[in-house]
Write a protein that binds this ligand. Structure first.
Ligand code: C5P
Length: 223
């Protein structure tokens, strides 16, 4: 049979990446971080001098970079034209500009197509895949048997993200997350939205193991 698809959406810092990786490892599934794809595309635009606030310029260039994702949850990779950009895409420049790029319909169309191809390949060759992002439950894989919307308080999200990026400035991190959430939720094309058919999981008071165990249980119940 074909493998399972577990779709996870939520705002920045809600625990999506750690949860998705943990579940994929626990059940030997593939793992796809779609945010890394938008970040990789943004990195290429900045590196090539494209004005990311010019939607037409972004649209005209979306086909140029070749973005390649490695979907092993123990060692996920992201490359642009064969170059490993895992470190670059976590930098401040990319983080500041990614919402502008991800609001461009042509950028989304291209990456959604690639994401669906990766999902189909994983379903055909292995147990399945865990996919995380902002529009996975709504646009990329609305038929997924397990659909989750992760939330956490603004404070908890800022604290987690500060640890990840090793900054002590939690207030600045919280402001940056709030800004990106606002942009990602209010854009006209595929905004971050919580739908009724996705299971909401508030991770504020839970540790990673607890969240992973809950999601694994839901996945096992879904078959
Ligand atoms: O998850 P992460 O914070 O790395 O995502 C970076 C950005 O990529 C988000 O702020 C959002 O603008 C965009 N994104 C998106 N759709 C997705 C995943 C990420 O628009 N499925």
């Amino acid at each position: 049979g074909k493998g399972i698809v577990i779709a996870i959406d939520g705002p920045s810092g809600s625990g999506k990446s750690s949860t998705a990786k943990g579940v994929a490892k626990a059940r030997e599934l593939r793992y796809l971080d779609t945010g890394a794809m938008y970040r990789a595309l943004t990195w290429w635009m900045l590196d090539n001098g494209v004005d990311v606030d010019d939607a037409a310029a972004v649209a005209a260039n979306v086909e140029r970079p070749v973005i390649t994702m490695g979907t092993d949850p123990s060692a996920p990779t992201v490359a642009v034209d064969g170059r490993d950009v895992a470190a670059e895409i976590r930098g401040k420049d990319v983080t500041t500009n990614v919402s502008a790029v991800s609001a461009v319909p042509e950028a989304r169309a291209l990456l959604v197509r690639t994401q669906r191809e990766i999902i189909e390949a994983a379903r055909n060759e292995s147990a399945g895949i865990v996919v995380e992002g902002r529009d996975i439950t709504t646009v990329v894989a609305p038929q997924a048997p397990v659909k989750l919307f992760l939330t956490a308080s603004a404070e908890a999200r800022a604290q987690r993200r500060s640890k990840e990026v090793r900054t002590g400035d939690i207030a600045a991190t919280q402001a940056d997350l709030a800004r990106r959430d606002m942009l990602d939720s209010s854009r006209s094309h595929s905004p971050l939205t919580q739908t009724a058919d996705a299971t909401e999981l508030d991770t504020t008071g839970l540790n990673l193991d607890e969240v992973v165990a809950l999601v694994v249980k839901l996945a096992d119940e879904a078959g």
